[in-house]
Design a binder for this molecule. Structure first.
Ligand SMILES: [Mn+2]
Length: 340
């Protein structure tokens, strides 16, 4: 965090403030981990802080200390509105534009609070009085650690916050294997373990939570895996019917796309998930090396993310979406074969 941003934040936090810490819609481990950590820290520093998420977060995060106090905007809109209205500072974590908060967007735009953005996604909007944006960072949770260092408050780390941050970093780095994982990330992790984060227990709590239905759905996804070796590309499809048959719950398909990326020689992987209710197809993109799925998703699928991980959507039916996707690939043949 640069000194200018540090000074603005220090000044904002000089006297006790009412704050809310907000994550993005469909919150993941990094969003929940970083928001809980920052909120715990603010409360420990004498402020009054609450975490608000636009919608519910996955069950595999519900053991996190303080997660039971998170306000879910679409379930408890009155409480969320009151907190936003009373807030003097709004911290927005792990996203780069207010439309990532879904139905909360309007309330946030109407708020008179000072906004602070902490995020590692590309091209952040400029709604904040202080923006700590760094796309080289593994996770927003790692940024919260560096945020504490910048504020000279690293001594405030406790076992709860260490647990939040460890969980956020672990989930956003694919358990420390994505290229964004640096030596510094590992130094941060080492310190978090020293502060009491139980790495083995956290891993179990997050990853050993499969239901038989989810594993069988994974079986279907793997059966549907298609390899386009000419383009070093692999994709998976899941229809609404396949989801329904396996009692799909949000989060069940998390990580499925990585199996497609794990095929030898594959540098570009996609999962297409049909959503009949919203009349769209949701896509997750993953890549290896310098093939930017962020650019690809922005260009064609009204989405974005990071260079090696992004999301997008299509309003076409599933089969048409896949056909169109395949028709785009020849434009990228060189990039896809150079990237391997
Ligand atoms: Mn993140």
């Amino acid at each position: 965090m640069n000194s200018e941003t540090t000074e603005i934040v220090k000044k904002l936090l000089e006297s006790p403030k009412r704050a809310v810490v907000v994550g993005h819609k469909n919150p993941d481990g990094d969003a929940v981990g970083s928001c809980l950590a920052l909120s715990f820290i603010l409360n420990r520093l004498g402020h009054k802080s609450d975490v608000i998420m636009p919608n519910d977060f996955p069950d595999f995060l519900k053991w996190l200390p303080g997660s039971e106090d998170i306000v879910i905007h679409d379930k408890d809109t009155d409480k969320s509105m009151t907190l936003i209205n009373e807030a003097e500072i709004v911290f927005t974590l792990d996203f780069n534009a207010l439309d990532r908060t879904g139905d909360m967007q309007q309330f946030l735009e109407d708020s008179t609070a000072k906004f602070v953005l902490i995020d590692h996604h590309q091209e952040p909007d400029s709604y904040a009085v202080a923006s700590y944006s760094d796309t080289s960072m593994s996770s927003t949770s790692e940024m919260i650690y560096h945020f504490l260092e910048a504020l000279d408050e690293i001594g405030i780390l406790c076992v709860e916050v260490a647990t939040h941050l460890y969980t956020g970093i672990m989930t956003d780095t694919g358990s420390f294997r994505f290229p964004s994982t640096t030596a510094t990330t590992h130094r941060v992790i080492a310190h978090l373990i020293e502060m009491g984060a139980n790495n083995s227990e956290i891993h179990q709590n997050v990853y050993d939570t499969n239901t038989p239905d989810r594993l069988r759905l994974l079986g279907v996804a793997l059966k549907n895996l298609t390899i386009l070796s000419e383009y070093n590309t692999a994709y998976i499809t899941l229809t609404q019917k396949e989801l329904d048959t396996h009692n799909f719950r949000r989060g069940d398909t998390e990580g499925f796309v990585n199996y497609a990326l794990s095929v030898t020689g594959i540098v570009f992987a996609v999962i297409f998930i049909e959503n009949k209710q919203d009349k769209l197809v949701k896509m997750s993109f993953r890549s290896k090396g310098n093939f930017s799925v962020n650019e690809f998703a922005r260009e064609y699928y009204n989405g974005g993310g990071h260079i090696n991980a992004a999301g997008g959507r299509s309003n076409q039916p599933l089969s048409k979406t896949v056909t169109e996707f395949i028709s785009i690939l020849p434009n990228y043949k060189k990039a896809l074969t150079d990237a391997s």
